[in-house]
Design a protein around this ligand. Structure first.
Ligand code: GDP
Length: 297
C-alpha cells in the first residue's frame, strides 16, 4: 500500500524532496529557512502550522546538532498531522441497527465517487450495504451512483428528479433497517446556496433519518486541489452539521498534500479517508505515518 501511496502522491512527493534537499545543506542560513517556509506554504499547510513546524525544526536541529534531518522532519510532520486522532470510520450501528454514513460536501469535490468507493470497501469487508442517492437536484448524480451500485453490487435507492432529498434518505434507511443491513451510505446534494438553505436541507435529511436510526458518521468530502479556498467552503458544512470525519479527494497528482494539516487544524476533525484516483480501488484509510513516509520517499 505504501508503494501505491507513494506513486499516487507523486505531486506531493516534490514537497518531501524539496524539504529534505534544503535541510541537508551544510549551513542552514536564513535564506534556507525562508525557502523551507515557502515550500510548506506552497503545499497549503497553512501559515500557523508552517511557523510551528519551522520553529520545531530549527530548535531540534540546533539542540540535536548531529540528528538526522530526515528523522526529525518525519517526526515533526507526523506530529503536525496528529497521530493520536481517532480515525476509525463509524460504519456500524448499535442494537442491530445499521450504521448510517451521511456524506456531505460541495458538488464536484468527489462525493458520489467517494460513496461508490466506500461501498466497495465495505462490501469487501463482507458488510451488507444500501446506498441512498439523496442528491436529487442533479439527475446525473443518481445515475452515477446507480452505476457505482451495479459495479459494486449494492442496491441504490433513488427518488424522482427534483424530489425531496430527505424522503430518499428516509426510504433508503427504512430499507436498510427492514433488511437488517450493516451500513447505509447517504449521498447528499452539495449546492452551495446560502447557509440557511443548506442548514435547512441537511438538517432535514439528518432529522428524518434519525427517526429510524442514529447517524453514526458524517463524512465531509473535500477536494485537495482546491486548497484554502475549498477549505472555506467546507467550513460552512461543518457549521451546519456535526462533521465527524473528512474524506480528502484528488490527493493524487496534487502538490498540495499539506492541506491534510490545514484541514484538520481548521475544522478540528480527523482526515479518515483519502482519494487517490478515479478508480474503484482508489480510496484508502488515512494513516499519518504512511502518508508522511510517502511524502518523504
Ligand atoms: P460530486 O459532485 O461531489 O459527487 O463529485 P463526483 O463524485 O462526481 O466527482 C467529480 C470528479 O472528480 C469526477 O470526475 C471523479 O472521477 C473525480 N474524482 C473523485 N475523486 C477523485 C480522486 O480521488 N482523484 C481523482 N483524480 N479524481 C477524483
Amino acid at each position: 500500500r505504501l508503494i501505491r501511496l507513494r506513486q499516487r502522491l507523486a505531486g506531493s512527493g516534490a514537497l518531501g524532496k524539496g524539504l529534505l534537499g534544503l535541510l541537508s545543506r551544510d549551513h542552514l542560513d536564513e535564506d534556507t529557512w525562508e525557502a523551507i517556509e515557502d515550500l510548506l506554504l506552497g503545499a497549503d499547510i497553512g501559515v500557523a502550522p508552517t511557523q510551528e513546524l519551522v520553529e520545531q525544526l530549527r530548535t531540534r536541529l540546533r539542540v540535536e546538532g548531529s540528528a538526522d534531518a530526515r528523522t526529525v522532519l518525519r517526526e515533526e510532520l507526523v506530529n503536525l498531522i496528529d497521530p493520536t486522532m481517532d480515525r476509525a470510520l463509524h460504519v456500524s450501528g448499535a442494537d442491530g441497527q445499521p450504521g448510517i454514513v451521511l456524506v456531505v460536501g460541495v458538488n464536484g469535490t468527489g462525493k458520489t465517487t467517494t460513496v461508490g468507493k466506500l461501498a466497495r470497501i465495505l462490501v469487501a469487508e463482507d458488510r451488507s450495504v444500501v446506498l441512498a442517492a439523496a442528491d436529487t437536484f442533479r439527475a446525473a448524480a443518481a445515475d452515477q451512483l446507480g452505476t457505482w451500485g451495479e459495479r459494486v453490487g449494492v442496491e441504490v435507492i433513488r427518488g424522482p428528479e427534483g424530489g425531496d432529498p430527505a424522503s430518499v434518505a428516509f426510504d433508503a434507511v427504512k430499507e436498510g433497517v427492514d433488511r437488517g443491513v450493516d451500513t447505509v451510505v447517504v449521498d447528499t446534494a452539495g449546492r452551495l446556496q446560502n447557509k440557511a438553505g443548506l442548514m435547512d436541507e441537511l438538517g432535514k435529511v439528518k432529522r428524518v433519518i434519525e427517526k429510524l436510526a442514529p447517524v453514526t458518521e458524517v463524512l465531509l468530502v473535500l477536494d485537495a486541489t482546491t486548497g484554502q479556498n475549498g477549505l472555506i467552503q467546507a467550513k460552512v458544512f461543518s457549521e451546519v452539521v456535526d462533521v465527524t470525519g473528512i474524506a480528502l479527494t484528488k490527493l493524487d497528482g496534487s502538490a498540495k498534500g499539506g492541506i491534510v494539516v490545514a484541514v484538520q487544524r481548521q475544522l478540528g476533525v480527523p482526515v479518515k479517508l483519502v482519494g487517490l484516483g478515479e478508480g474503484p480501488d482508489d480510496l484508502a484509510p488515512f494513516d499519518a505515518g504512511a502518508f508522511v513516509d510517502a511524502l518523504l520517499s
